[in-house]
Design a protein around this ligand. Structure first.
Ligand code: SF4
Length: 213
């Protein structure tokens, strides 16, 4: 990568991590997947209960495999053959997990986390329940402000997510959001996390890669 671009990204990351700190959340920067897994090992206690939200980033970075192979009580919503009833049970169990992992749809330079969700099973435990929430985000999720976050999510992340989930929505045909009223709409909950009562309950690990949508 061009040195000037690296410099710009470093500055953006530094600003974001400082802003997260001011909001009682912790920002951590890692350069790749290997460093990410090392950090996770240090943050997640063995034998503890770990849940995850739906995330392409966790799949791409090997975090799901890491949890499956590790010494954790992993609430694996992706387990082969899982029924929708069992999945619902896991969604409820996630509220009492020691650690909940997911990504974010956008992270502003001012330290705000912006997310959309279909049924709330990802954003709800981010807000309340698990003792710690670890958010893994590639540098592609960094945006200047909430306006840019909404634009990114509506016109990029949500249509791609709807496509991944094979949803019959206008965006999977048009490639952009028309703010539909479809019964398959995946954009039902818009959540902005702007701070925490419990210091560092939310930890955001920024990986120097393009990950997920
Ligand atoms: S509101 Fe509808 S059209 Fe827009 S991204 Fe969500 S599902 Fe697609």
């Amino acid at each position: 990568m061009d040195n000037d671009i690296t410099w710009y990204i470093d500055k953006q990351i530094e600003k974001t991590i400082n802003a997260l700190e001011k909001r009682n959340m912790k920002g951590i920067f890692v350069k790749d997947e290997q460093e990410l897994l090392e950090v996770l090992k240090s943050l997640i206690q063995e034998n503890s209960i770990v849940g995850v939200g739906d995330s392409v980033t966790l799949l791409e970075t090997g975090v799901l495999d890491f949890l499956r192979k590790g010494n954790y009580v992993f609430l694996d919503k992706y387990r082969e053959g899982i029924t929708s009833e069992e999945k619902k049970q896991i969604y409820i169990q996630n509220f009492t997990a020691d650690t909940f992992l997911c990504s974010t749809n956008a992270l502003t330079e001012d330290g705000e986390l912006y997310n959309i969700d279909g049924n709330g099973s990802r954003v709800a435990p981010m807000i309340y329940g698990p003792k710690q929430v670890i958010i893994v985000a590639g540098i592609n999720k960094l945006v200047r402000n909430l306006e840019e976050a909404e634009r990114r999510v509506r016109n990029y992340a949500a249509p791609l997510d709807a496509k991944r989930l094979n949803k019959d929505t206008p965006c999977t045909k048009l490639g952009h959001c028309v703010n539909c009223k479809s019964t398959n709409r995946i954009c039902n909950d818009f959540v902005t996390i702007t701070g925490q009562f419990v210091k560092n309950r939310i930890k955001v690990i920024i990986v120097a890669k393009t990950l997920g949508y």
